[in-house]
Design a protein around this ligand. Structure first.
Ligand code: AMP
Length: 216
């Protein structure tokens, strides 16, 4: 089963993907994470990507498309992918359709975590993660556990693009570029919407229920 998870930046796509990947034995394809890995390599390409991300823009379809094709062409992941943060515009949705045909795969579900800008502001400005294990936390909703050797001071890290101005820009980019993609999947009858403002546990339960029905 291949699933796409939509939602504005900070809606909880990464957090939910982590859970879903474990429960349903899927592999997460987070274009944001792949792009950040490229930045860590400190290549020329990484520097260009960093500039785009930190100004709240989308990275070019060509760069992102290459990362996605690398992932899709790996037979270990065939029909076991959760797409987190891709496709983000209509041209990427069309690219993905072509790649799915090329690698003989299909999308089974497009889930949208619908979330309002006011919640997004708190989610993004409060967000931090553990550099070592990758767990995502939030100062307002989900702080890291105390006395945890892994997720303690030295490994906690805030993303460069998680500040209020960039958050608003990213939300607006999402509304303009990504909202039309939702209609693309509505037309394919693959679209389901979830209230992204519910608790992490509630959202996880709703997503799990939807996937279980599809798997049955
Ligand atoms: P995310 O981790 O999904 O919030 O993505 C962080 C940033 O990476 C976005 O604000 C974009 O600048 C860039 N990015 C992630 N996925 C894509 C994509 N599919 N297309 C273009 N840019 C992307």
């Amino acid at each position: 089963m291949n699933i796409i998870i939509f939602g504005p930046p900070g809606a909880g796509k990464g957090t939910q993907s982590d859970f879903i990947v474990k429960k349903f034995k899927l592999f997460q394809l987070s274009t944001g994470n792949l792009l950040r890995d490229e930045i860590k390599k400190k290549t020329q390409l990484g520097l260009e990507i960093n500039k785009e991300i930190n100004s709240g823009n989308l990275v070019s379809d060509k760069i992102v498309g290459k990362l996605v094709e690398n992932f899709l062409s790996n037979t270990n992941y065939k029909n076991k992918i959760i797409f987190d943060g891709y496709p983000r515009n209509l041209s990427q949705a069309n690219d993905l359709d072509k790649l799915l045909i090329k690698y003989e795969q299909k999308i089974d579900l497009a889930l949208n975590l619908k979330t309002d800008i006011e919640i997004i502001k708190k989610r993004i400005t409060g967000r931090y993660s553990c550099n070592k294990c990758g767990k995502i936390y939030n100062k307002f909703f989900n702080p890291h556990p105390k006395n945890n050797n892994c997720c303690s001071g030295e490994f906690l890290n805030k993303r460069g693009d998680d500040n209020i101005d960039v958050a608003i820009k990213r939300f607006n980019t999402y509304t303009k570029e990504t909202s039309p993609v939702l209609d693309f999947y509505k037309k394919k009858k693959l679209y389901k919407e979830i209230n992204g403002e519910s608790s992490i546990d509630q959202i996880y339960k709703e997503i799990s229920d939807i996937i279980a029905v599809i798997e049955a």
